[in-house]
Design a protein around this ligand. Structure first.
Ligand SMILES: Cc1cc2nc3c(=O)[nH]c(=O)nc-3n(C[C@H](O)[C@H](O)[C@H](O)COP(=O)(O)O)c2cc1C
Length: 300
């Protein structure tokens, strides 16, 4: 068996596959189950300062090649999340706390608590609506991104992963603003929508949603490749991973670790052990002795 462990920002993972934020990760028991099924770590649902109920249904729709969702950052609020992390930690694997906010102060409040609860790293979901502007996102404002990460870097000891949105004109500008982060997570969902032609209206209650799954894999690969090439920073790749070939593409494009979201929805929690098995046999037959040997080999 090839060795499929990997180290990202000092965190040792038994294999490269983590659960992505937003899928079965608002609850301690489901996170624990996913870890027991073979994921090397879980990223929690994005948690904010206070509880939010999110948008009214429909909030999720199946489309060819993936899902469209507009959940509206529904979450229990950080003060109600300690018990869930405690349960998930019983699996003895790293828990990554995904957090969101509208201001540096929000991120700091939630991040400090996640750190106290035992998270191994913070994943900063920068795709939250910007409180100061209308219709823009925190992650498309380079100054705000720099301020948030600068503040957290001073006061938080665990590694910071900046999850970037593909819905910007120039992702490099945002990556530069986020350069104090220890790693980048690429990508969040791609903005999209669907119309119900019989009801003659948008399928989702929010009209616009985030596209995920196979439909966005090649968008993700491109961003991982570009950011690896331009910044050389550690990258966690996410978007449309359903097979070991998808995982290998992301690794060769520059990802040191990976996350799976929609793949769990479409293939079940067995997806982690299936991909790990395929990864290991590919490495053996192609002569790779570690994940690290494959990271970024396609980058020219
Ligand atoms: C139903 C759903 C909810 C999501 N919620 C979050 C979230 O709370 N925070 C976040 O950073 N990403 C969230 N995402 C995005 C995923 O973490 C991931 O970046 C994206 O879906 C691409 O990966 P995938 O194709 O493997 O699903 C969500 C995705 C889905 C499908």
């Amino acid at each position: 068996m090839a060795n499929i462990d990997t180290i990202i920002t000092g965190i040792r993972l038994a294999n490269p596959l983590m659960l992505a934020s937003g899928i079965l990760d608002e609850n301690g028991y489901t996170m624990k189950k996913i870890l027991e099924a073979g994921a090397s770590a879980v990223v929690t649902k994005s948690i904010g300062r206070v509880e939010r109920t999110g948008y009214r249904p429909p909030i999720i729709a199946e489309i060819p090649g993936g899902l469209l969702n507009a959940v509206g950052l529904a979450n229990p609020g950080i003060d109600n999340f300690d018990h869930e992390v405690e349960i998930a930690l019983q699996a003895g694997k790293p828990i990554i706390g995904s957090i969101f906010g509208g201001t540096p102060d929000d991120f700091l409040y939630v991040g400090k608590k996640m750190e106290q609860y035992g998270a191994s790293a913070l994943e900063l979901n920068l795709s939250c609506p910007h409180v100061l502007g209308v219709g823009s996102e925190v992650g498309s404002d380079p100054e705000l991104v720099e301020e948030i990460i600068g503040e957290l870097k001073k006061k938080i000891k665990i590694p910071l992963w900046a999850k970037l949105s593909p819905n910007v004109t120039d992702i490099l500008k945002i990556a530069e603003a986020a350069q104090k982060a220890d790693a980048f997570v690429l990508i969040n969902t791609v903005r999209g929508m669907a119309i119900d032609i019989y009801a003659r209206r948008p399928v989702l209650s929010n009209a616009y949603g985030g596209l995920s799954g196979r439909a966005i894999k090649n968008v993700g690969i491109r961003y991982v490749y570009q950011i690896r090439k331009e910044t050389g920073k550690p990258i966690i790749g996410v978007g449309g991973i359903e097979t070991h070939e998808d995982a290998i593409e992301y690794i060769m494009a520059g990802a040191t670790a990976l996350e799976i979201g929609t793949g769990v929805y479409s293939r079940g929690k067995g997806i982690f052990s299936e991909i790990n098995k395929g990864l290991s046999s590919f490495m053996e037959s192609e002569g790779f002795s570690s994940i690290n040997d494959m990271v970024g080999v396609a980058v020219q």
